[in-house]
Write a protein that binds this ligand. Sequence first.
Ligand SMILES: [Zn+2]
Length: 145
Amino acid sequence: MDGSGKMRGICPSCGATAHSEKCPKCGYRLRKGNLPLNQIVFSELNGVKGISIENQLFLVVDHDGKCWRFKLLDTMLNRQLTAWIVCRSPSDLKTSRAALMLRNRLKERYSNALETLETLVIIVENYAEEILERKEKAAPKNGQL
Ligand SMILES: [Zn+2]
């Protein structure tokens, strides 16, 4: 049994036989290609804020009061692709060692991984206030009136 490597020609999401960049049946990405940047959108998954990437990947965006926390999920395969990535600013995703696996995951999927990453950072920066505000409302600090 060869359980290693990718099952070429068979969609891991729906099991259909497919040789295209995306599965014609379910749309799952099977091969590296260009990601249209308008498919990267701020979104919510089961009440968790984050960024949806072509409706297949989801970057969970969290802030613990001190640091930013991210993790990448494959929502179609229901898999977690990275552990929590902790950094001080969203732009650390571009350089931090902690985010290396995130960058690798993007690189293996997208020929424009650099632009994809930049767009993720821009979206986090643009929605930062909203993410932080929600946190404060959800967990009021002790000792405040
Ligand atoms: Zn499929």
